[in-house]
Design a binder for this molecule. Structure first.
Ligand SMILES: C[S@@+](CC[C@H](N)C(=O)[O-])C[C@H]1O[C@@H](n2cnc3c(N)ncnc32)[C@H](O)[C@@H]1O
Length: 268
């Protein structure tokens, strides 16, 4: 996990305590803040002094993928002339997206998080925005503690960046991916699984395909369930077997689930 802009590292320590299964890296450019409290960190936490954009780019280039990425109370840079310093307009934003994981940004500036929501939405990434309960027992960071204690409202934006594959910002691009030869829809795979005998060697392949992460739908997309597509390796023997199973189903003919599966497969 990354705790980006971790300040004194309090949030890094909290996150590491809450997630003993994870490595938590707190990153901040201010040596003064990082060293201010001389804290002892849990063994699964480290603090790094770095410029965030550089660190994100290097981590992404090195193939790092995050389980979670926290940005507690980043500077919102509210003046219009500072627009490019806000992360959603920053040149390093694609690197942040490329790191993937469960993204959580916190701020007392709702409009700043709305800007995040718009930027993510334009890329087809859905983000939830909600207030943080004022009675939060242990605020995540010093800024959160300060704002909540002074009666400010604080907000949390959460989005799933998955494996860091940045979707292209267009419905047509999304559709093209759905129509690619290696995309199968969840209803089709589920239908096949439902009619595949327990001993069939197809079952593990189907189960594996269903466990793969889905392609993201663009925000506001109103398609039907059959557009819930999953990528699957194009040339696996299991895929060939599935094609054969489809042919047999076509000959057998009249099971309504298979008719549905056939129709969906023909358009996939
Ligand atoms: C408003 S403070 C919040 C600190 C802490 N997250 C908290 O909630 O208490 C923002 C922090 O982000 C750090 N920061 C801002 N821009 C940065 C950048 N480009 N690279 C690294 N750190 C940055 C600052 O040094 C500062 O510690």
């Amino acid at each position: 996990m990354f705790d980006s802009g971790c300040g004194t590292g309090q949030s890094t320590a909290r996150l590491a305590e809450r997630h003993p299964e994870a490595w938590v890296i707190g990153i901040d450019k201010s040596l003064d803040r990082l060293g201010r409290e001389g804290r002892t960190l849990p063994p699964n936490a480290r603090l790094v002094r770095a410029e965030l954009g550089d660190f994100w780019r290097c981590a992404q280039a090195a193939g790092w993928r995050l389980a979670a990425h926290y940005l507690p109370y980043p500077n919102p840079w509210p003046k219009a002339r500072h627009y490019k310093r806000r992360w959603p307009a920053h040149p390093a934003f694609p690197a942040l997206l490329g790191l993937g994981g469960a993204l959580e940004v916190r701020s007392n500036w709702r409009v700043y998080l709305e800007e995040w929501q718009l930027a993510l939405g334009s890329l087809g990434i859905h983000a939830e925005l909600e207030p943080i309960a004022p009675e939060t027992p242990a605020p995540l960071s010093p800024f959160e503690a300060k704002y909540l204690a002074s009666g400010h409202a604080c907000y949390r934006l959460a989005a799933d960046l998955g494996l860091g594959t940045v979707p292209r910002p267009s419905w047509l691009a999304y559709q093209a991916r759905c129509e690619a030869a290696d995309a199968w829809s969840r209803p089709v795979l589920e239908t096949f699984l439902a009619v595949t005998p327990a001993a069939s060697p197809l079952r593990p392949a189907l189960e594996q395909a269903l466990a793969a992460p889905p392609l993201r739908k663009p925000a506001g997309h109103k398609g039907d369930a059959a557009s819930d597509f999953f990528l699957w390796a194009a040339d696996t023997p299991a895929r060939e077997q599935l094609h054969r199973a489809l042919e047999q189903a076509r000959e057998a003919g009249d099971d309504p689930r298979l008719v549905f599966a056939r129709r969906a497969l023909e358009t996939a």
